[in-house]
Design a protein around this ligand. Structure first.
Ligand SMILES: [Zn+2]
Length: 321
């Protein structure tokens, strides 16, 4: 099971020996795979060891009725179908909680929280580690005195050290929101704004597709309370100024009379921060910056092409971060 609760089905087979190794099961990939190949009780399969190591299904010789797992193998909760995958959504799934925590501690480089320790602490909400856990609490969970001191010290050390907002976000294990993607998004918007962004806001950011945008927005909503509470306990480094400028990848059109300077001066500023300045709105345009008296035809066209429309002030905020 993955940290987002996705369950990978395993196909149990009658044991066979291939190049000296006995094979009892092979991966079933996902629910869609089992269904479309008709893999269930009594299916005949040809198994190979790919690269002579990992056994896998090479061919389905005779399909049967697909047998899709209904319950989480770890907690017994009803599994839900999401696209091709099977997902355990139970908040009480210890396996899921453990994997989320393992990911969190690993990404944030908090030492000492190995698999055995995490299993003991599986049901402790993340916020508690930063707000109320002290040495005595760890002792209460069955840790020895020295280990309790070490675990508590590791959390305190994390609090004292700074972290980039991108790494902080990546620690929550949200599907599609790894550190580099988080950084790309945070180059375009502040952490506080990202937390309340819609999938639509996110698709305006270069290299975020629609599926990823939905996944990120949903994941942020699901973790919102925890993220907001934990933000108080982390010291954030100022957002990194990307080498190529805060507006790298932006294709901007300016329209109307600018109030904050001549249009030429503002366009120069945009270029200095890495944006391409275009003369008219096309499908390639990412942002339309509107001064005074912009014609409706222009804003309509921008809307139709899903170009983000900004006021001059919005635009300046992008540059200032
Ligand atoms: Zn479960």
């Amino acid at each position: 099971m993955g940290r987002t609760g996705v369950v990978t089905p395993v196909i149990q087979i009658e044991p066979v020996t291939i190049s000296g190794a006995t094979i009892n099961n092979v991966t079933g990939h996902n629910a869609d795979y089992l269904e479309s190949n008709g893999i269930g009780l009594g299916t005949r399969l040809r198994i190979i060891r790919s690269g002579e190591v990992i056994p896998k299904v090479d061919e389905v010789l005779s399909a049967t009725l697909a047998n899709i797992p209904k319950q989480c193998p770890e907690c017994g909760s009803q599994l839900e179908r999401e696209g091709v995958a099977l997902v355990c959504h139970s908040d009480n799934c210890v396996a899921k909680l453990c994997r989320q925590k393992a990911h969190f501690f690993k990404v944030l480089e908090i030492k000492g929280f190995g698999p055995a320790a995490i299993e003991k602490l599986a049901t402790v909400p993340l916020v508690h580690f930063f707000e109320q856990m002290d040495v005595n609490h760890y002792v209460g969970f069955g840790f020895g005195m020295q280990q309790s001191v070490n675990l508590n010290a590791a959390i305190q050390a994390r609090k004292a050290k700074s972290v980039t907002p991108a790494k902080f976000l990546a620690a929550f294990g949200i599907d599609g929101l790894g550190e580099s993607t988080a950084q790309k998004i945070l180059d375009a918007m502040r952490l506080e704004d990202l937390l309340f962004s819609t999938p639509d806001d996110l698709t305006h950011i270069p290299c975020i597709g629609e599926v990823t945008a939905h996944s990120i927005a949903a994941g942020l909503q699901e973790n919102l309370t925890t993220i907001k509470m934990l933000m108080d306990h982390f010291k954030f480094e100022a957002a990194r100024e990307p080498e190529s400028g805060a507006l790298a990848g932006y294709k901007v059109v300016f329209s109307g009379k600018m109030e904050l300077g001549s249009r030429k001066a503002i366009a120069e500023l945009a270029k200095k921060h890495g944006a391409d300045v275009l003369s008219s709105i096309t499908a390639a345009t990412t942002h339309l910056v509107c001064g005074a008296n912009v014609g409706k035809a222009k804003t309509d066209k921008a809307e139709k092409l899903k170009v983000m429309v900004l006021s001059e002030e919005n635009f300046m905020e992008l540059i200032d971060g």
